[in-house]
Design a protein around this ligand. Structure first.
Ligand code: ITT
Length: 198
């Protein structure tokens, strides 16, 4: 069975990664923009899972189509798990991706404990009220300087020891094979198969 899903995100980096990963699993997607949907969901949840479900349900209601949302972030041990759910807003509204990762590098100056992980919660809401969820995580460290131009967000400063590269130095395919988003969407597509098989 095939059905079209709207991706409940306004982040172009995420949209690109989610579309490409989901297309490999045979899931057909459309962006909110293509449907003329501009609703900006206020992320009032305190967990990634809550925020993902909030976005999926709101966009599903607006589009009348099943919606898939991603709530994700970077959790740094030395910052007590921050910026975490506030990753997109770290440092306030005025900063762009580069401003945010520069602020992060500055707050990690002199810090020897550099362990961090990316986490991703996927939520899918169907017009009939059904929901599906999935999670993914990837461990790494915070680099001492930005490296690479790939990806988006904090990728240039997220160092992945097994490949000895930052996420910014990986191709889209390399990143998706190991990333928090890649893992969460893989789990999601398996759950979707089961859901459709019911
Ligand atoms: P939507 O809510 O519209 O999806 P957003 O960017 O506001 O977009 P989030 O609230 O989930 O999304 O914030 C996630 C932030 O975490 C994102 O803006 C990046 O700064 C960071 N992030 C998440 N996944 C990342 C990745 O794969 N690489 C680098 N940074 C990532």
């Amino acid at each position: 069975m095939s059905q079209k899903f709207v991706l409940a995100t306004h982040n172009p980096g995420k949209l690109k990664e989610m579309s490409s990963i989901l297309s490999r699993f045979g899931v057909e997607v459309v962006s909110p923009k293509e449907l003329g949907i501009t609703v900006d969901v206020e992320e009032t949840g305190t967990t990634f899972a809550e925020n993902a479900m909030l976005k999926a349900k709101t966009i599903c209601a607006a589009a009348g189509l099943p919606a898939i949302a991603d709530d994700s972030g970077l959790c740094v041990d030395a910052l007590n798990g921050g910026p975490g759910v506030y990753s997109a807003r770290y440092g306030g509204e005025g900063l762009d991706d580069k401003g945010r990762y520069t602020l992060l590098l500055n707050s990690m100056r002199g810090q020897a404990t550099r362990a961090a992980h990316f986490t991703c919660s996927i939520a899918c809401a169907f017009p009939n009220g059904d929901t599906l969820t999935a999670e993914g995580q990837v461990q790494g460290t915070i680099a001492f300087a930005p490296m690479g131009e790939g990806g988006f967000g904090y990728d240039p400063v997220f160092f992945y020891p097994p490949l000895a590269k930052t996420f910014g130095q990986l191709t889209a395919e390399e990143k998706s094979a190991i990333s928090h988003r890649g893992q969460a969407l893989k789990e999601f597509s398996a759950k979707l198969e089961t859901y459709w098989g019911k």
